[in-house]
Design a protein around this ligand. Structure first.
Ligand code: HEM
Length: 330
């Protein structure tokens, strides 16, 4: 039922384009106004969320660690599991953001027929998530050919790289197959696994359906329905140069694709998809575990009168020495 609600919402968008563009001829609304609204909402929303996170108090360091912290020189430190400086944190973050390292070690709980709870590794989830995210990034970067003139060499290179197999006309793009496969896997596991189905909300399904909508509408445009790419580029360049035009001859499938993309962007800052920015601001990941090396004072603590060991030793050094006890500083 929850999945159906989300599916109906996405199907509703399809109907909206059909009525808005197909019947009412509102090309300007769907080709210019809606994409601009989407970009503004996305940017303002993301900035708002980041400011909100950045303003949240983190009075002390709370990195999650699972390895030996920096200690005596002869004890081997696990620099990734327990980073003690910015460089270690950079390495940890890079592996997290680029390879989803913590998801790789994710486990799922299951019950054996003998009613014993066991924890199993879940590498398929990691593989599908990584495949989806990398494909999305590559597709996003490749799309820059619509928005930049001249097209940067990196974009052309990625186009060639993606079409490496040189199958079919137009060239089959590997990312197209992988992104759909990965999204179907992520959807399938929510629908087929009773535990996951129980905790899945319409918003979980909506994110997957809208992403599938974007991918499938793009793919069908490329291989089946076709689109006037020159006209699309004219529209895209018009949008980025703030001189919007809607050239004639762009068919309904393009407006479907563009509305799905716009809704995805509008939805992004208010949904769990915002983890794209959140991962960088997560204090359990982006802080060094140097609590025992450096004294971190909570900035809003009231001023406390303290008497440190150094002060105490200064005060009683003569007496300590006279008693034959070692001092820390002569
Ligand atoms: C998050 C953003 C987007 C995603 C994930 C996405 C996804 C896709 C995918 C998977 C394809 C299939 C072919 C390919 O991979 O290149 C495609 C094609 C296409 N997309 Fe997008 N798209 C996005 C944004 C846009 C935007 C903003 C435009 C508007 C200019 C656009 C215009 C097109 C066009 C014209 C095609 C057909 C390309 C061709 O025939 O070669 N897309 N899109």
């Amino acid at each position: 039922m929850r999945a159906l609600t989300a599916l109906l919402a996405v199907a509703g968008l399809l109907g909206l384009v059909y009525v808005g563009v197909g019947l009412a001829g509102q090309q300007y609304l769907f080709g210019v106004v809606v994409p601009y609204v989407a970009i503004v909402v996305f940017l303002v929303g993301m900035v708002y969320r980041v400011l909100l996170w950045a303003g949240a108090p983190v009075p002390f360091r709370i990195p999650t660690v699972s390895g030996q912290q920096k200690s005596l020189p002869w004890i081997h430190q696990d620099k990734l599991e327990s980073p003690s400086n910015g460089l270690h944190v950079l390495g940890r973050m890079a592996l997290e953001v680029l390879l989803f390292r913590s998801l790789f070690r994710n486990t799922r709980v299951a019950m054996t027929p003998a009613q014993r709870v066991v924890y199993q590794s879940d590498k398929l989830l990691w593989a599908a998530s990584l495949a989806f995210h990398w494909c999305f990034l590559l597709i996003f970067l490749r799309h820059m050919r619509f928005f930049l003139e001249p097209v940067p060499w990196l974009v052309s290179f990625l186009d060639g790289f993606d079409g490496f197999f040189q199958l079919t006309v137009p060239t089959f793009l590997l990312t197209n197959a992988v992104i759909v496969g990965a999204l179907l896997f992520l959807l399938g596991r929510r629908l087929l696994d009773a535990q996951l189905r129980y905790i899945s909300m319409p918003s979980d399904y909506f994110a997957l359906f809208i992403l599938l909508g974007v991918a499938l509408s793009g793919i069908s445009m490329r291989y089946l329905t076709k689109v006037d790419l020159v006209a699309v580029k004219e529209l895209s360049l018009g949008l980025v140069t703030l001189q919007p035009v809607v050239p004639a001859g762009i068919g309904l499938p393009f407006f479907v694709h563009l509305l799905f993309v716009s809704v995805l962007f509008i939805y992004f800052p208010f949904s769990k998809l915002v983890h794209m920015g959140g991962v960088f601001l997560s204090p359990t990941r982006n802080l060094a575990n140097n609590n025992r090396m450096r004294r971190h004072v909570n900035p809003w603590n009231p001023e406390v009168e303290v008497h440190t060991y150094d002060q105490w030793e200064d005060e009683f050094r003569d007496k300590i020495k006279a008693a034959g006890i070692a001092v820390e500083r002569e």
